[in-house]
Write a protein that binds this ligand. Sequence first.
Ligand code: ACM
Length: 568
Amino acid sequence: MTTSAADAPAPGPDHGPALLPAARSVRPGDGRLVLDASTALDAGPGTETVARVLRSELSAATGLPLLPPGPEGAATAVRLRIDPDAVDGEEGYRLSVGDREAVITAGSAAGVQHGTHTLRQLLGPAAYRRSPLPGARWELPAGEIEDGPRFAWRGFMLDVSRHFMPKDGVLRYLDLLAAHKLNVFHFHLTDDQGWRVEIKRHPRLTQEGAWRPRSRFGHRASPLWNEQPHGGYYTQDDIREIVAYAADRNITVVPEIDIPGHSQAAIAAYPELGNTDIADGNGIDVWTDWGISPRVLAPSEYTLRFYEDVLTELLELFPAEFVHLGGDECPRDQWKRSQAAQARVAELGLDGTESLQPWIIGHFSRWLAERGRRLIGWDEILEGGLDEGSAGLAPGAAVSSWRGYSGGVAAARAGHDVVMCPEQQVYFDHRQADGDEPFPIGYVRTLHDVYRFEPVPPELAGTDAERHVLGAQANLWTEVVHDRRRADYQAFPRLSAFAEVVWSQLPPPADRDTAAFDRRMEDHYARLDALGVEYRPPGGPHLWQRSVLPEGVEGSLGRPLEGEPPAR
Ligand code: ACM
């Protein structure tokens, strides 16, 4: 019998643990493969890195050496093979388990790696620990699994500006993404509240821009302040390590440097980047509050050259095709009051202050295109129009559609690639239940709501423009996500549901079987437990995961009203 793992009944002892994300097809066989100290790991050409990662993770968990096969051949083996003719799709794979060997065959190293994650899931939750439990047995159920992703862009964005995540936490998140077959890490490195990547040509960006003296505690309407200074940044070697660690797991790191708004930390470090001819354009600190700072970059030649320097270093660090330049939430008030900005509008022949943001983004989209890269930006980058031209976007520019689907629909119809991440659906800083959530900001989006998220909107489904939907990503903004524990709480288990949405061939949202998903999540919670992920339990937060206002303090740590504008 062949079933999709999404439709399969709750797994019995013969079928092994439930897979998450669900595989395309599962054909159970008879018997099982026992892995022991004599089991070899046989890496075919092109799979050496996959084998290295698998060995390091699985040997730690199982205590088995998983050595290359000896001259006489091992008793049992896990074999990794690249064979583009044998499997459909760039990232597809087949896992065949018999009683002597498990063979993962795929068209690429990425596909083989996805197969290794499936294999690990089949070994049970203890395969996610870093040291073996006493008496553990390592068995794989026999059978054949064929699988491959629905979308090429299966992403997760982490904001490390509002709250910094130290490097080891980022590496751990890359492991968690890989375990869920997610393949894009969008690294939101700069914002009003902190600059997090070392730039050698402009060292004050991190010397001064990477910390702030205090932070508002809770949503921006909260009455509380945390007086602990907050900061941190990644050195260029840290970034190289993160990018290489991700690449070893077939994850692409897309860096984001947000311009021309959300730039107050940079302006605090280099005041010349700001609109210095107006009163509130001077003496700026790294922002301690949340929301949208009115202090934006000056549209000057100095700013352009400065960010070209930044991007020159960034391109050396990040080999990804895409570089994210933000472009979102750029208030024009300072430009309206700045004579220098007005003079710039006239000099450039623009039709007003509104056009300065598209002009800056257009400049950098072409600058990146000249260097063989592509700009991606939030959907505000469409404000200058969709056409190529002096104030427009370079042809390869792509859009992260966050204010709902409409920006993505317009961009896709105009021939731009799109990543869907509507805030109403997949902003994971937003609360995941009504009621007693620790920081109840934004829309209520439960685990099941995320499971019913559909990246392709009806307007595009079945049209030629559908192919421009590269995929989707979930975004974790961190104003109220102070540390790794809180990040886990907000991201999980919703990221598990999201992973299935972007990987598996699910029916339309109304037909998705949330009860079957919940049954499979039971196996998956055990994996998350073994990994040490502090997810939100299905019944609500643990006592220690709640937040409360100190006694006698009036106000709210969050904003509990549905339908209000974005609440950060
Ligand atoms: C965004 O949420 N401002 C992209």
